[in-house]
Write a protein that binds this ligand. Structure first.
Ligand code: ATP
Length: 305
């Protein structure tokens, strides 16, 4: 097995109608990783994934999959769920999956066996012989996803796989992604929903305005924001607000504010001395959602005239 990363992109760039929509993206995904490409609508995620897979040619920069600069030649080792969804409506779920496997070189019989097993494992055993047109949109999407991985690819690329799924199917998909990684696959997916990325990703890139604004682990992304305190006083006398940091916001009987640089102890001493007491106190780490909003928000401010 070579030491090449599964995915490597350098300075990946794309113009559409004279507009630079992907601008110098660097990316490296190593074997066995779950990697997230995060960004708001129109950030350039789909265009980036399409260039990585060789569906689009970059106007600048380069990419390689399994060390191969011609990703299309690696097609049978890749499973791809594109942004556009669609299966033959008259096919049964099991056939649809086997059919997609056959397109990637999997034998028909084996494909049918695996399809039934995969549907069962994903909690969709009842849909094995259901026609696609009879399935809900979310279930059809899961069937398409199973079809894109039935040939057991080494690399799985999923474009917004969670969109359009209800919470139960979102959980099924998270479990499926974990199971594929446990099988040894590398997974790269795009999303603008942070909760999935937060639970799944080993590393992630945040893209906004076509450029990479952040690359690292979930914890490193969260590190972009200071810790916060959630404080509930025993008494809510008038001078309380004047003692708390300027960014304190009231949430019911509690106050949330950025942890002071010097730590919280001096503030607590003052609050106790002034008779406000402590009915509740917790220190919160900001979530990926808040870090994302901050990183993307900083970008928006940067590009405004
Ligand atoms: N074929 C195309 N021709 C012209 N412009 C395009 C084309 N494909 C994408 N774009 C534009 O490029 C930008 C990036 O689009 P892209 O679909 O890559 O973003 P995205 O991050 O996947 O967004 P979303 O989350 O909304 O799907 C957008 O402004 C989009 O309108």
């Amino acid at each position: 097995m070579s030491d090449d990363p599964v995915v490597r992109a350098t300075d990946l760039s794309k113009f559409f109608n004279g507009r630079l929509v992907v601008d110098g993206i660097d990316l490296e995904v190593t074997r066995g990783m779950i990697y997230g490409v995060l960004g708001p609508n129109g950030a350039g995620k789909t265009t980036t994934l399409r260039m990585l897979l060789g569906i689009l040619e970059p106007d600048r920069g380069s990419r390689a999959i399994f060390g191969n600069a011609n990703p299309r030649a690696e097609g049978d080792r890749i499973g791809y769920l594109p942004e556009e969804r669609g299966l033959y409506p008259q096919m049964k779920a099991r056939e649809a999956i086997a059919f997609m496997g056959a397109l990637r070189g999997l034998g028909w019989k084996e494909g049918r066996v695996r399809a039934a097993e995969m549907l069962e494992a994903a909690g969709l055993g009842h849909a094995v012989d259901a026609k696609i047109r009879k399935l809900s949109k979310g279930m059809a999407q899961l069937v398409q996803l199973l079809g894109s991985i039935v040939h057991r690819p080494d690399l799985i690329v999923l474009d917004e796989p969670f969109s359009g799924l209800d919470p139960v199917n979102q959980e099924r998909l998270e479990a499926l992604i974990q199971a594929e990684r446990a099988r040894g696959a590398t997974v790269l997916f795009s999303t603008h929903v942070m909760a999935h990325a937060e639970r799944l990703c080993d590393r992630l890139a945040i893209i906004a305005g076509g450029r990479r604004r952040f690359e690292g682990t979930v914890d490193e992304a969260r590190g972009h924001l200071p810790m916060r305190a959630l404080y509930t006083p025993r008494s809510n006398a008038a001078d309380l607000a004047t003692l708390l940091p300027a960014d304190a916001e009231k949430l019911g009987t509690a106050y949330r504010f950025t942890l002071p640089h010097e730590g919280i102890e001096p503030l607590l001493e003052t609050l106790i001395a002034r008779g406000h007491g402590i009915a509740g106190l917790s220190i919160e780490r900001p979530g990926l959602h808040d870090a994302f909003v901050k990183i993307v928000g900083d970008t928006a401010r940067e590009v405004q005239p």
